[in-house]
Design a protein around this ligand. Sequence first.
Ligand code: M6R
Length: 609
Amino acid sequence: MCGIVGYIGPEEALPVLMNGLKRLEYRGYDSAGVATIDGGLTIGKKVGKVTELEKLIAANPPGGTIGIGHTRWATHGEPNDINAHPHTDQFGEIALIHNGIIENYATIKKTLESDGYTFRTQTDTEVLVQLIRAFYDKGNSLERAFRLALKSVVGTYGVAMISTIEPDRIYAARNGSPLAIGIGDGEYILASDASAIVQHTRHVTYLTDGEMAILERDKYTTKTIDDIPVTKEIEEITFDIGELEKGGYEHFMLKEIFEQPDTIRNAMRGRLQRDESTVRLGGLRTVTEKLRDARRIIIVACGTSWHSALVGEYMFEQLAGIPTEVEYASEFRYRDPVIFKDDLVIAISQSGETADTLAALREAKRRGATAIGIVNVVGSTIARETEAGVYAHAGPEIGVASTKAFTSQLMVLALMTVKLARMRRMGAAEGAQILKAFEELPAKIEETLAHAEQVRAIAHTYAGARNFLYLGRGYNFPVALEGALKLKEISYIHAEGYPAAEMKHGPIALIDENMPVVFVAPDDDIYEKVISNIQEVRARSGRVIAIATEGDERIESLAEHVIYVPRTLPFLAPILNVLPLQLLSYYIAVERGCNVDQPRNLAKSVTVE
Ligand code: M6R
């Protein structure tokens, strides 16, 4: 949700900024802009993708060795050239970029207008930069004006500011929106996440809420916005630049789908404790007793991560016998949830920055629960704010539609389930059997992905459909939800996921000869029930696409298309069953000419509530 980048050092800033913006474009792509200082302040900004900005400034590139850049996901003010960041004060001396929302911008704007400040845009960000100006005009230093303005606003921000008043400084601050500082050799790179930094340095430090940084040519300073010095830990970026490239694939999403044999291996690596038929999760060591004694698990998450949470609910209840509830993070904090001290709250998030999930996590902590995280992005806010946690280790996920992070989350949930179950009621023999099934998964994922051409052909047949239904039961109901979400997100086809048996309570009215219905129908203990649901759809001329277990020949007479998936334990089946659904949505979106990696209106990391 908006990407921020800044550079100060010996090199020309522009190439660093543009490169950073391309890396961060997945965070928002409504408009892009840069500001540099080379004597005066030069600004280039343009509605649309970073390539549009590139075209705009090609003839006259802004020069200088200090600059900031922004890629926008619009909140206040429609996406157009004027509302694009950076925004400036009315004298054109201060340029500011912002990720977040200033909630009290309207009141501040009114006061500033009555004091004679004039505005050109509809954005909350322009209000912030003008407020900094107003404090500066009252005789404060630029730094103090920056701090005073930030203390006056209500809302969230990750901001970066440069000014001709102090041409060799970048000011940055965070409250709710991530900011990382790359510490290079004589240079500093500021960014919303490490993907824009790794090319320059592996050394990074992350600002936390209420902190600010001043980057100068020969040093950087960190403090709170109340002017109290803060010493920050320097961390190492763990991924490689190659992981941020498409690696020969047409889209990041396709690359990420095909990475899943490896990402599942990575999620398991070093965690299977074969001698004791259990799982070792180093990140949970400090909460072992709390895990053993927890009377209830509450999982908070959004979107795809919420779907993996639903699978987790089935896993924890069925195998570990722990009552589990799954909450939309966005609802959780506003409904006065009842939390007990022996509740275990798990926040699941790919990015580790989702504002709703973070807010739910903080609420759970405030109410005394033990809060742990299942997060993909190392060093992200949720990872740092949880008492303990398990990384998904899926590597950077660039495609806005989550794929490999979903299956890695499922894998981590399965690992946690075994850990909890073995501490409570699962015998060693069952533990050993599950570990064996874990180890077989990567090969089975490869086998499933080998059906890509068949899925592509099915996609070709249905690319013109206006609606889709996805149905599944038990562990595979969340898979149906996830399949529908993937299709909606990237192909803009209306799709609904439903528990298969619920279909007869309403959605069945939608079924006719134009309705493709995707059944997730593995050969498990509710197989017969799902077969009955398939019959009900066929009886109404619906077109059935089935995801079925290898060897199930019976389903061929019932479904128009069958995509086979290898057999595994029922609680691991979602990891395999979702793969054809990811491919189906991908190929349909490609067929429809959609922008697969950057679907309209979406952003990878949703850092506003
Ligand atoms: O980073 P998170 O896992 O917290 O993100 C949650 C959702 O915003 C995310 O899963 C979203 O639904 C994706 N676009 C799904 O493909």
